[in-house]
Design a binder for this molecule. Structure first.
Ligand code: AMP
Ligand code: GLY
Length: 426
């Protein structure tokens, strides 16, 4: 099969690494990819939101299957665009329709969906300029802390947890009256703060059947012991020690199955990954958010633990035959530790040479590139999150120690990483 993978992060390097191991994979293209993906296929230089370039590539390279990594092209409708093209009638796409991607593209849509299908989630209200005064009242009457969310995509910055009413009112005004996140904050969801411990659960669905992938936990804050600003994710572990069989059965019964049934009932076309961002409150799972894609850096631990042929699974999804797939997981713990540029998640510089990339102990650890590119045959930094090292171990601690050891071989100007990934499970 000839495959086009869209994206350029660590998630896409993990996908490329896995897909290229499949005997079904004849040719793999990655657009735009990074220095790491070029080891597993051919990088193509166009943007994931350039729909015409994607179509041209599908025709020129006789692509059979497109796997969409990030959310933005999905929310903008890449799947509908490709599927409706008569020149591409044999093409299969892994990624939901624009309507299905609303699960991530609109927080208000996702909350209404959860409410309709009795999926446990925080109580909320939904506000625009029209009912602004009701929003002010809602905030004033709300217990603290209170959570404000821009409805649309806001590059991971659209959620603000407010500790007092004044802060919440100011944030509400910024979002709605002053378009803090542009179109994305014309509508705002205000919701109850959930106290608990987070985890990420992933499903691949064909719209009818689904398979549950290994769960993971990511570490979003820049600083050790979860301090400082949020990032895209500084590391991840899988499996998650507290996600035992009883809890996961609860997740399947209360969250996953109602979601798949809800998509069906609403007539929402969905062939692709669903990322359930969950909070364990007491013993119960609560939905925080859906994403219409895999997580990053969660993919860098989930995919290495998956023993199945990923491409076979994707093909089964395109044929609505996921009921025939049995997931097999590596029993060991996997962790990934992300090395980031100095200044990230604020302003950072790029273009620095990365040293020591060839010194990774391949038997125990895997290097995944994220923000890297090639310049004159050398690998340089090209993003905030630069690369990560995934390692296996018989405990979270053992896996993390291996990744940290390997990271000592790697260096670039301004490099830093969290040394405490998985700290609560030691
Ligand atoms: P999101 O952009 O929806 O992933 O939200 C970012 C982060 O905000 C989540 O990963 C949680 O850590 C936190 N968060 C979002 N909603 C809530 C909530 N209702 N209660 C507590 N924390 C939340
Ligand atoms: N690591 C969280 C995400 O991919 O959104």
């Amino acid at each position: 099969m000839r495959i086009l993978l869209l994206g350029s992060g660590g998630r896409e390097h993990a996908f490329a690494w896995k897909l290229s191991q499949s005997p079904l994979c004849e040719k793999l293209f990655i657009a735009p990819g990074n220095a790491g993906t070029s080891h597993h296929g051919t990088n193509l230089n166009f943007n994931v939101n350039d729909f015409d370039a994607i179509k041209k590539c599908c025709l020129d390279e006789r692509i059979d299957l497109v796997l969409v990594g990030p959310e933005e092209p999905l929310v903008k409708g890449i799947t509908d665009f490709l599927i409706s093209d008569p020149q591409l009638k044999d093409l299969d796409i892994i990624g939901p329709s624009k309507a299905g991607a609303q699960l991530e593209g609109s927080k208000a849509f996702a909350k209404a969906f959860m409410k309709k299908y009795n999926i446990p989630t925080a109580a909320y209200g939904e506000f625009t300029l029209e009912n602004y005064k009701d929003g002010v009242r809602y905030i004033n009457d709300h217990e603290l802390p209170v959570v404000l969310k821009a409805d649309g995509l806001a590059a991971g910055k659209g959620v603000v947890i407010c500790e007092n009413n004044l802060e919440a009112l100011a944030e509400f005004e910024l979002m709605i009256q002053r378009a803090k996140f542009g179109e994305a904050s014309k509508k705002v969801v205000i919701e109850e703060f959930l106290q608990g411990i987070e985890l990420s659960v992933f499903v691949l669905t064909d719209g009818k059947n689904y398979v549950i992938l290994p769960e993971a936990k990511d570490y979003k804050r820049i600083g050790e012991e979860d301090t400082g600003p949020n990032t895209g994710g500084m590391g991840a572990i899988s499996p998650v020690p507290f996600a035992d069989e009883v809890f996961m059965k609860n997740v399947e019964d209360k969250v996953i199955r109602p979601t798949i049934d809800g998509l069906k009932a609403e007539g929402l076309e969905y062939r692709g990954f669903i990322f359930f961002g969950l909070m364990k409150v007491g013993d119960e799972p609560y939905m925080i958010e859906y994403n219409c894609r895999m997580g990053d850096p969660e993919t860098e631990v989930v995919i290495p633990r998956l023993k199945n042929d990923l491409l076979e699974m994707l093909v089964a999804a395109t044929k609505q035959e996921l009921n025939k797939v049995r997931i097999e997981e590596d029993e060991r713990f996997a962790c990934t530790v992300m090395a980031v540029s100095g200044g990230y998640p604020g302003d950072y510089e790029k273009g620095y040479a990365i040293h020591g990339l060839n010194d990774i102990d391949a038997a125990e650890s895997i290097l995944f590139h994220a923000g890297t590119s090639l310049k004159d045959g050398k690998v340089i930094t090209n993003g905030g999150r630069v690369l990560c090292i995934t390692s296996f171990g018989n405990s979270v601690f053992e896996a993390v120690e291996k990744s940290k050891e390997e990271l000592q071989n790697i260096s670039f100007t301004g490099m830093s990483y969290r040394r405490d990934i998985g700290y609560e499970f030691e």
